[in-house]
Design a protein around this ligand. Structure first.
Ligand code: MN
Ligand code: MN
Length: 465
């Protein structure tokens, strides 16, 4: 006796994700390329959160946005932005519907891991001058030695005047580096763990070697201070009120012979920040008010006056609500938020940390992350099934290629985003964003396809009624 032959119903019953390039036509491939070029230019210019805010404001003003002033006339289609101390930015396009119907929010962050200078950074050791640093965000310290670095930031003088500093970006500018040990003498270092081989205090930026033409000690330090004084009019004491950071100096470049990927510093989370920004700039008048958040301090836990735990966001939203006599809480409880943050792309070189079916893959589109957190989902806002269903509906209707994303295997580690801080405000929130390889490394990798789909996804959410 043989088994009776049933028709193959796997196609119908199984979920079988497809490579994104099998889901789009020629026209969309061109759109992806065009979008990627714009994103690359943004990423190359915005190396710090302050620079991202400046650039975003410039782009917003070109698109007809004006700075928000309390009491200004607002009507459907009015486009405003509000800078939070030059380090975070909120943009809004007023919708057809009143704020009592809630608004549609996309929130990304524009800070990225880097090496901040300490408040007394300058030191001389054996006639070499260095800047001492304190790293910002989660880094693997060994990745930051022996690579070219730039210096960006501000020095605020005692009189309140701000001196902008950017050294290393322009062609011909000098750059900086943290030295590593030569392999010939690296036997002991090689026995240490990756996290011990390079220490936090050891991350000192090499900045000079020529002594000042005088007698006495610290002559190289003096020569460096004299150069800085000539360039910026600052003295050593002014570092006390400075925010200077060393960031990777590598140029943003296409990666791969097929140019399908982008390598650069700060894809986490500027790939999502740019997607949101471009989406809100492209909006006409949305059904519900669209809000774009470019937050600071996500990489250190979202605390602080420019982080997502700050009341700055609530204050701005309350101002908008006051004008329509809508209590802020009523607006929030009907609002929807995409926490647009990157997820980890599945890396075949490190298969042991991921469970393949639930991990985002490069070129499979925007990654929806139902939950983040660590261990037993600790610290997650865990979007509801209803919220995921809503997003599935919006994305599929708009032709957005998307996938489900989980940050690695259970008990392998974990992480968080601003999602919970939005959800804690009684705003329905879900994480979704671009899959990244080598996340938090000085040179991260994303796929152009996924970047474009994240833009398309945010735009679809803004435009959904
Ligand atoms: Mn992030
Ligand atoms: Mn991050």
């Amino acid at each position: 006796m043989t088994m009776s032959k049933e028709p193959d119903i796997r196609e119908e019953l199984f979920f079988q994700p497809k490579n994104g390039y099998d889901c789009i036509d020629r026209e969309e491939r061109i759109l992806i390329e065009e979008y990627a070029e714009k994103y690359k230019a943004f990423l190359d210019e915005a190396r710090t959160e302050r620079e991202a805010v400046k650039l975003s404001i410039r782009m917003a003003e070109e698109a007809g946005f004006v700075e928000y002033r309390r009491g200004m006339p607002m009507q459907p289609g009015t486009k405003v932005y509000c800078s939070n101390r030059g380090k975070a930015l909120i943009l809004a396009v007023m919708g057809e519907q009143p704020l009592s119907e809630g608004c549609v929010i996309a929130g990304a962050h524009i800070d990225a891991p880097r090496l901040d200078l300490k408040q007394r950074p300058l030191t001389e050791q054996e006639e070499l001058a260095f800047f001492r640093t304190h790293y910002y965000g989660g880094i693997k310290k060994y990745q930051w030695v022996a690579i070219p670095l730039e210096l960006h930031g501000v020095v605020v003088l005692k009189n309140g005047e701000t001196v902008d500093i950017s050294i290393g970006r322009e062609p011909g500018d000098p750059q900086f580096v943290i030295t590593d040990l030569l392999p010939h003498l690296g036997a002991d270092q090689g026995k240490k763990t990756l996290s011990e081989a390079i220490t936090g205090e050891g991350l000192k930026l090499l900045i000079g070697s020529v002594p000042y033409a005088c007698e006495g000690k610290d002559r190289v330090k003096l020569a460096i201070m004299s150069i800085l004084n000539d360039m910026y009019g600052i003295t050593e004491e002014d570092f006390l009120s400075a925010e200077l950071a060393a960031v990777p100096a590598m140029e943003v470049r296409d990666i791969g012979l097929d140019r399908s990927m982008i390598g650069g510093y700060g894809h986490d989370d500027r790939s999502c920040a740019f997607a949101e920004l471009q989406a809100i700039l492209d909006l006409d008048t949305p059904p519900r008010t669209a809000v774009c958040i470019l937050a600071d301090k996500e990489e250190t836990g979202s605390d602080g006056v420019t982080g997502m735990l700050s009341q700055a966001f609530d204050t701005f939203m309350e101002d908008l609500c006051d004008e329509q006599n809508v209590p802020l809480r009523r607006c929030f409880e009907r609002s929807f938020c995409i926490s647009a943050d990157v997820c980890n792309g599945y890396d075949p070189l490190y298969p042991e940390v991921s469970e393949k079916d639930n991990n985002a893959k490069m070129n499979y589109g925007m990654g929806i992350c139902k939950y983040t957190g660590s261990r037993g989902k600790s610290g997650t806002s865990d979007a509801s099934a209803e919220t995921v269903a809503k997003l599935r509906r919006i994305f599929d209707n708009a032709g957005v290629v998307w996938q489900m994303a989980e940050l690695g295997k259970v008990d392998q580690g974990g992480g968080g985003t601003i999602a919970k801080y939005m959800a804690n405000r009684n705003i329905e929130t879900i994480d979704a964003g671009v899959p990244v390889l080598s996340m938090h490394a000085p040179f991260e990798i994303v796929a152009k396809f996924d970047c474009y789909m994240t833009y398309k996804g945010v735009l679809a959410v803004y435009e959904a009624e």
